[in-house]
Write a protein that binds this ligand. Structure first.
Ligand code: SME
Length: 157
């Protein structure tokens, strides 16, 4: 569940920053999303670079998964299927690539250029079943808003 007021406020602020410095924008997205919802305990933006997903910006703990081969983990699944992955219980999913011991659920939202997935928003929560439809719609909106800036660093090779 997201607090709708803060979600709307976030989108408004995001819109006003879209044309600013890209790194600052992505840092804003990751950090502020964690304030929108207390269940968002780690937020990252991965970008497709050839056959890999490269972590561009994140807020929360450091992860060793800075580069993920497409094919591995829930992060890849969102790219390969070009669809949102909402896993309520990471411990029950054999595709899951463990990052943090505290993570219980994960939401991965593709960021697209037209129909092509070029990156993703990855959210980890320390609470099981933390993400619902409302979160999916909200984060898809965020992804759509920043897709033009993700395109700047996306690469086919
Ligand atoms: N859990 C992800 C890996 C990235 S970390 O959550 C930051 C996965 O299964 O692909």
């Amino acid at each position: 569940m997201i607090a709708m007021e803060s979600g709307e406020q976030f989108l408004k602020l995001l819109k006003s920053r879209l044309s600013g410095d890209r790194k600052e924008l992505f840092e804003f997205v990751c950090k502020e999303l964690m304030n929108v919802n207390g269940n968002y305990n780690w937020v990252g933006i991965y970008v497709v670079k050839g056959e890999k997903l490269v972590l561009d910006t994140f807020a929360g703990e450091k992860t060793e998964h800075n580069v993920i081969s497409i094919g591995d983990g829930l992060c890849s699944k969102a790219i390969v299927t070009n669809a949102i992955v909402n896993e309520p219980d990471v411990t029950s999913n054999s595709d899951y690539l463990a990052c943090f011991r505290s993570t219980r659920s994960e939401l991965v939202v593709p960021i697209r250029d037209g129909q092509l997935p070029i990156g993703e928003l990855d959210l980890d929560s320390n609470t099981a079943s933390a993400f619902n439809k409302e979160d999916e719609v909200f984060l898809a909106d965020v992804g759509e808003l920043i897709s033009g800036r993700v395109r700047e660093i996306y690469s086919k090779e």
